[in-house]
Ligand binder design. Structure first.
Ligand SMILES: NC(=O)c1ccc[n+]([C@@H]2O[C@H](COP(=O)([O-])OP(=O)(O)OC[C@H]3O[C@@H](n4cnc5c(N)ncnc54)[C@H](O)[C@@H]3O)[C@@H](O)[C@H]2O)c1
Length: 325
């Protein structure tokens, strides 16, 4: 395995996964710079340089990339609601940001790790291996725009790999843990925990029979760093966990672990997204490739990860009232 890079640029490092990644890289002795267009709640306390800036500023991106050994490109606009409400802003932001990162990295010969998503598998048949076909619905169903955008960004990465750029693409499957966003655009685990702790209804979209698999953030960070260190050509690899759970069951487990009296209510998709939504009934990765390439095994079982996440949310009351994120 090659020696680890000395200096890392993390785009979107003020967000959930990027923040944990920054913490870990700093603890490994790396010099880390974060660029994010939002401020970081906890200031510079994780021991890295934090720059408030936007990836739309190509000259800024170019100078930052030039000054680092590698780039973890985590910055993106995401979330089902955002995808449904403002797909053009989301696509422009994500695709342009990725183009700027790739151009700069090629110009300066720096490796890029791109944060892709399980969403790219669309409505295919799980368990999803990286070689599986990507199956999307019609363009009129805007829910596919985020997935198609990420697939396009993967093509851009692989296209730049053809020009000689070292790249790694990781497809995350529902990462959760402390600091995950819980507001309007947040992830399901964080939203359920926030509702459970406040005693509000836990709102399940659809009938709750749809399944997902959840990856604790420390496992996602392990695999992300391993993918960056993997040097035998461009890789596209799932980062997930092969435990599958129905969303209604997730709500019940969270309610139990949080010792909450919240009601669990189901709301039809048509009520939340009147323009039409298409749910993916099952989403489960094959994690064989990550196991074979760099010995990845998720270590944190769902209940244990949920316990740790609930404890963090309970301890940081400040994380609960925010709804706008
Ligand atoms: N969390 C998950 O379960 C999950 C699953 C699949 C894929 N991903 C991908 O992983 C990455 C990180 O996800 P996350 O959950 O940490 O998201 P997050 O929203 O917490 O973090 C993303 C960060 O990117 C920043 N950002 C967005 N556009 C920017 C721009 N133009 N310039 C500078 N900063 C910008 C945001 O301010 C935010 O802090 C994203 O690319 C996401 O698509 C996440």
């Amino acid at each position: 395995m090659p020696s680890r890079p000395e200096s890392c640029l993390i785009t979107g490092g003020g967000g959930f996964i990027g923040y944990h990644l920054a913490q870990r890289l700093v603890s490994m002795g790396c010099e880390v710079t974060i660029i994010d267009n939002k401020g970081l709640d906890s200031g510079g306390s994780i021991g890295c340089r934090y720059l408030k800036g936007d990836l739309q500023d190509e000259s800024l991106v170019r100078s930052l990339v030039a000054g680092h050994d590698c780039v973890y490109h985590m910055a993106a606009l995401l979330g089902v609601r955002r995808t449904m409400e403002s797909p053009a802003d989301m696509l422009e932001n994500n695709v342009a940001g990725t183009i700027h990162v790739l151009r700069a990295a090629l110009a300066h010969g720096k490796k890029v790790l791109f944060a892709s998503t399980s969403e790219v598998y669309g409505k295919g048949t799980p368990p999803f291996a990286e070689s599986a076909d990507l199956v999307f619905g019609p363009t009129q169903k805007l829910r596919w725009s985020y997935a198609v955008g990420k697939a396009l960004e993967e093509y851009l990465c692989l296209g730049y790999a053809k020009k000689g750029l070292p790249v790694a693409i990781v497809r995350y499957f529902n990462v959760y843990g402390p600091r995950q966003k819980q507001g309007l655009y947040g992830g399901v685990v964080a939203k359920f925990i926030a509702s459970a702790l406040k005693g509000d209804d836990i709102v399940v979209y659809g009938d709750g029979s749809q399944t997902r698999s959840f990856t604790y953030v420390s496992d996602a960070v392990d695999a992300t760093i391993a993918a960056m260190q993997y040097s035998a050509g461009p890789c596209v690899v799932n980062i997930g966990c092969d435990e599958e759970i129905a969303i209604a069951d997730l709500a019940r487990i969270i309610r139990k672990l949080a010792k909450s009296t919240s009601a669990i209510v189901t709301v039809p998709y048509e009520r939340i997204f009147p323009d039409g939504f298409e749910e993916v009934p099952r989403r489960l990765p094959s994690i064989l490739k990550a196991q074979q390439l760099f010995g990845y095994h998720p270590h944190v079982a769902l209940e244990e990860g949920l316990r740790q996440t609930i404890a963090w949310f309970r301890a940081s009351a400040a994380a609960l009232p925010k709804e706008e994120d």
